[in-house]
Design a binder for this molecule. Sequence first.
Ligand SMILES: [Zn+2]
Length: 69
Amino acid sequence: MSDRAGIAVEQVPVCLLCGSRGQPLYESLSDRMFDAPGAWGYLQCPGCGLAWLNPRPLPAPPNVDLRNG
Ligand SMILES: [Zn+2]
C-alpha cells in the first residue's frame, strides 16, 4: 500500500504566479499531511515568496483502464 508508482505526479519547477525558478524549501519529505508515499519537496519562489509542492500529485485520470495489459 505504499507504492508511489501508482500516483501520477508532475514537476513544477517554476513559480505559478510569476514564472521565476523555485528554490528548494524542503526536500525529501515523507508526507505526513496527505499520507502519500514517497518523498516530496517544496519549492519557494525568490520573487514573490510563493511555496508549492514539487513534484505535485495529479488527479487520477477519469478513465484509467488497468485491464489493458
Ligand atoms: Zn513567484
